[in-house]
Design a protein around this ligand. Structure first.
Ligand code: PLP
Length: 456
């Protein structure tokens, strides 16, 4: 079902757009005090625009909400959502650590000057080289995701003559998505070590037997776009159960429980995630109850939000190209509005059927009464940016469209499909803009191709 037309051009739903976004009387979208058309004039289109105030505000808000005096917690920013040295510095400034899931993400975080002790390394298939980098640079925590890693890290730790703090990633048999979660005895997926099969406690026993490893905690990440705390309830109960089993059978107290990320954001007016503070409070209650029932002291907590830190801070700006009216039958029609990017800069619609909200960003117009589908310029019919949108009837080539909520998992999942150079990411704040990641050029596209180099 397509959304209903918006109530007139120029309205912004506050939960969908960056905190500093607003429309001028001329119908021009501004973010961070900078007009979007001016940004496109300077940096080209398509363009990712990132509201620095929004990212910093949310990072600080998460830190304040989750790191409560009654139950201290570390908040790590899940860097896979969007990473550049600038973003790593912003979130570090606001007191967050960094959750890296590959050697590449780790390298960017280290290049940003992030304190290695505040970095946590994930990964379902970490290479020997990645583990060696993590251990030699003094990364604070490594989350173990397979039995083979235990031997590898122990060996690397011995080579460097250090002790390494590790967590076990536990598959608790809970999967959460938006307002639903399912609890299953066994999960047919690649992440973690199964609680139900006894592999998780086996891993804990092996770690405890390694003098170079210190088992500091257990980890569980149940999914993404979670809109309420209910999914954490079963997960917390099960992981606390495992912690007491480790205490009783192996004699080791678990000092830290990392409950992962997955806090949801609104992409359309239909999405209604609960407030950050309310989610944090609900999770604390859940953990306290689970620990009380298990007779266990409350461990230090850790969380890894990604999307909820950067998702709403980012928009993508495109230039409108061709517009085709396609008949749907019964006299209805839909405008296929083509833009100058697509699935190479935002894969989520094609990959997950994700919904987005968009708006004309470059001028005032009449009401949004034209049923539209915003599509990209790639050679795939699934190359859709916004499946259902209402846009003004007089939309034309050269207009700028802004898509809300593209800060997370758009640039980080981008590709050069069809040899489209990746758009720049620019940060805006207080009327000024700066490059976070520059636009790729045609030279960048040929850089890796020995036959593409120019010969004098
Ligand atoms: C992806 C991921 C996150 C972040 O998820 P969001 O939905 O972006 O908050 C956190 N922890 C782990 C282990 C992840 O894989």
């Amino acid at each position: 079902m397509p959304p209903q037309p918006r109530d007139g051009a120029g309205s912004l739903h506050a939960q969908l757009w960056p905190l500093t976004a607003r429309f001028t009387d001329e119908g021009v979208l501004e973010v961070g005090g900078v007009a979007v058309p001016d940004l496109v004039a300077e940096y080209g289109s398509p363009l990712y625009v990132l509201d620095e105030v929004d990212v910093r505000t949310r990072a600080a808000q998460f830190r304040a909400a989750y790191d409560d005096r009654s139950m201290p917690a570390d908040v790590y920013y899940a860097a896979k959502a969007l990473l550049a040295t600038t973003v790593a510095r912003w979130v570090s400034d606001e007191g967050l650590g960094i959750d890296a899931s590959t050697g590449g993400e780790l390298a960017v975080a280290l290049a940003a000057g992030v304190d290695p002790a505040r970095i946590l390394l994930h990964g379902s298939n970490k290479s020997y080289a990645e583990l060696d980098t993590a251990v030699s640079t003094g990364v604070g925590r490594i989350v173990i995701d397979s039995l083979i890693e235990i031997d590898r890290i122990a060996q690397i730790a011995a080579e460097h003559d250090v002790t390494v703090d590790v967590l076990v990633r536990v598959t608790v048999g809970v999967e959460a998505h938006t307002h639903e979660f399912i609890a299953t005895a066994h999960e047919d997926q690649k992440f973690g070590l199964s609680l139900a099969d006894g592999v998780a406690i086996d891993a804990a026993a092996r770690i405890i037997g390694e003098p170079r490893l210190r088992l500091v905690g257990l980890h569980s990440h149940i999914g993404s776009q979670i809109f309420d705390a209910s999914g954490f309830e079963v997960a917390a109960a099960r992981i606390v159960g495992l912690a007491t089993q480790i205490r009783d059978e192996l004699g080791v107290e678990i000092a830290e429980l990392n409950l992962g990320g997955g806090m949801g954001i609104a992409y359309t007016p239909d999405d209604d995630p609960i407030e950050v503070v309310d989610m944090a409070t609900a999770i604390r209650t859940i953990v306290r109850d689970a620990c009380d029932r298990a007779g266990m002291a409350i461990p230090r907590l850790a969380f890894e939000p990604g999307r909820a830190i950067v998702g709403q801070a980012g928009i993508t700006v495109y230039e409108v190209g061709t517009i085709k009216q396609v008949q749907l039958g019964h006299g209805a029609q839909r405008a296929y509005v083509s833009v100058d990017g697509g699935m190479s800069d935002n894969l989520r619609t094609a990959l997950y059927d994700a919904d987005y909200t968009c708006a004309l960003a470059s001028r005032a117009s009449m009401e949004d009464t034209m049923l539209s589908r915003v599509v990209g310029k790639h050679c795939e019919s699934g190359d859709i940016v916004v499946r259902d949108a209402w846009l003004p009837d007089d939309l034309r080539a050269g207009d700028l469209l802004a898509v809300a909520g593209t800060g997370a998992y758009c640039r980080s999942m981008s590709s050069q499909y069809n040899y489209l150079p990746r758009p720049a990411v620019v940060a805006v704040r207080d009327g000024r803009s700066r490059v976070v990641l520059r636009r790729e050029t045609m030279e960048d596209l040929l850089r890796l191709d020995p036959g593409g180099m120019t010969h004098e």
